[in-house]
Design a protein around this ligand. Structure first.
Ligand code: ACO
Length: 327
C-alpha cells in the first residue's frame, strides 16, 4: 500500500519589524514603483540585531508541535533548511533541538538554499518510509538580512527573514506528500553565493572591507535559470504523481520574484487563481518561503483535504525541487 508523508501541523515565525519600499528609498537609489513592478515586493520582515535563525526556527517549530498536540520529547528527527545558519557549525538544527528540549531527536541541517525545505521533505519521506524514524519536525528558517548589503540596490530590495515548520508522520489514508523530484547543477554555483567565511576564502579584514561576507547575485542569469528549472521540477513531479498540470488545485512556488512566478504559471498553463502568492508582504525568505506560504494557505483554507498541491522551488547551488501533497 502506498504511504504518504502526512502533514499533521504547521507553524511560522515572522519578525515584527517591517522594512517597506519607502524605507529602502531612503537607503539606496530606488523607488517603490521599480521594486513593485520588477519584483512584486512591497515589504519584508527583518529581525532585530540579537535574533538569529535558530530563534525563528525554534518558534515556528514550537507552534507546529503545539498545533500537533506533541511534546518536544516526542520528536524523532529535526531537519533545518537554511543558508543563514547561526554559525558555520554546529548545525542550526542542533541549536533548535536544544531550544525546544527535543532530547530524543536526531538533528541536522540541509544546505540547498531556497530549495532546502523541499529537500528536507524528500529526505524525511525516505527516512520515515524506511522505518528509521517515526516522525520529523522540518523547518525552513532564514535571516537573510544578516548577509544582505543594504548599500547594494540590486539585492537589498529582495530579501526578508522568517521561518516555517511542518510536523510530519507516515500515513496511508491518501493524504500528505506522495511524489517529489529534486535536481542540482553545480556549474551555476557562481550565480548566487556568499564568497567569504568558508574554507575557500576565510573571513579576514580584507574580505570584510570588500563586502565579501554579503550575498552576490547575477540576477538576470538567475532569472532565466530559475524559470527553466522550476518548470522542469514541476513537470517531473506531476509526471511522477501520474497527474496532469490541469489537476493541480494549488501551486505554491518559492516566492523569489513575481515575474518568475508568472512566467512559471504561464509555461504550466495554470491560471492566477490557482497560485498562492505572498511575496508582496514577505519578499524572498529563501528556504522559509514555501513553508510560510503553505501554512498561510492551509490556515486560510485555500485548499481542502482532497486538493492536489504542488510545491516548487529553486535556489542557489543551483538546486531545484517539486513536491506533490494531497490535502
Ligand atoms: N532600484 C532601481 N533600479 C535598480 C535596482 C533597484 N533596486 N536594482 C537594479 N536597478 C537598475 C540596474 O542598475 C539597471 O540599470 P541600468 O539599466 O542603468 O544598468 C536596471 O535597473 C535594470 O537592471 P536589471 O538587473 O536588468 O533588472 P531586472 O529587470 O533583471 O531585475 C532583479 C533585477 C529583480 C534582481 C531580477 O533580475 C530578478 O529578480 N532576478 C532573479 C533574482 C532572484 O530571484 N534571486 C533569488 C533566487 S534564488 C533564491 O531565492 C535564493
Amino acid at each position: 500500500m502506498k504511504t504518504y508523508l502526512k502533514i499533521l501541523a504547521t507553524g511560522i515565525s515572522l519578525p515584527e519589524k517591517v522594512l517597506c519600499n519607502a524605507d529602502l528609498e531612503r537607503m539606496v537609489e530606488t523607488s517603490d514603483d521599480w521594486i513593485l513592478t520588477r519584483t512584486g515586493i512591497r515589504e519584508r520582515r527583518i529581525t532585530e540585531k540579537e535574533v538569529a535563525t535558530s530563534d525563528l526556527g525554534a518558534d515556528a517549530g514550537r507552534m507546529a508541535l503545539a498545533s500537533a498536540g506533541k511534546n518536544p520529547e516526542d520528536v524523532d528527527l529535526i531537519m533545518v533548511a537554511t543558508a543563514t545558519g547561526d554559525q558555520m557549525f554546529p548545525s542550526t538544527a542542533c541549536i533548535v533541538q536544544a531550544k525546544l528540549g527535543a532530547v530524543n531527536a536526531t538533528a541536522f541541517d540541509i544546505s540547498a538554499a531556497c530549495s532546502g525545505f523541499l529537500y528536507c521533505l524528500t529526505v524525511a519521506y525516505s527516512l520515515l518510509s524506511s522505518g528509521v524514524y517515526r516522525n520529523a519536525l522540518i523547518i525552513g528558517a532564514e535571516t537573510l538580512s544578516k548577509i544582505t548589503d543594504y548599500s547594494d540596490r540590486s539585492t537589498c530590495v529582495l530579501f526578508g527573514d522568517g521561518a516555517g515548520a511542518m510536523f510530519v508522520e507516515l500515513g496511508n489514508d491518501g493524504k500528505g506528500m506522495f511524489a517529489s523530484h529534486l535536481g542540482s547543477d553545480g556549474s551555476y554555483a557562481s550565480l548566487l553565493n556568499l564568497p567569504a567565511g568558508g574554507s575557500r576564502m576565510p573571513a579576514s579584514q580584507e574580505t570584510v572591507a570588500n563586502g565579501q561576507h554579503y550575498i552576490k547575485m547575477n540576477g538576470n542569469e538567475l532569472f532565466k535559470v530559475a524559470v527553466r528549472s522550476m518548470e522542469e521540477a514541476a513537470r517531473r513531479t506531476v509526471d511522477k504523481a501520474e497527474l496532469d498540470t490541469d489537476e493541480i488545485d494549488l501551486l505554491i512556488p518559492h516566492q523569489a520574484n513575481i515575474r518568475i512566478i508568472n512566467s512559471l504559471r504561464k509555461r504550466l498553463d495554470i491560471e492566477k487563481e490557482r497560485v498562492y502568492v505572498n511575496i508582496e508582504r514577505f519578499g524572498n525568505t529563501s528556504a522559509a518561503s514555501v513553508p510560510i506560504a503553505y501554512h498561510e494557505a492551509r490556515t486560510a483554507k485555500v485548499f481542502d483535504k482532497n486538493s492536489n498541491i504542488l510545491l516548487v522551488a529553486f535556489g542557489g547551488g543551483i538546486t531545484w525541487g517539486g513536491v506533490l501533497i494531497r490535502g
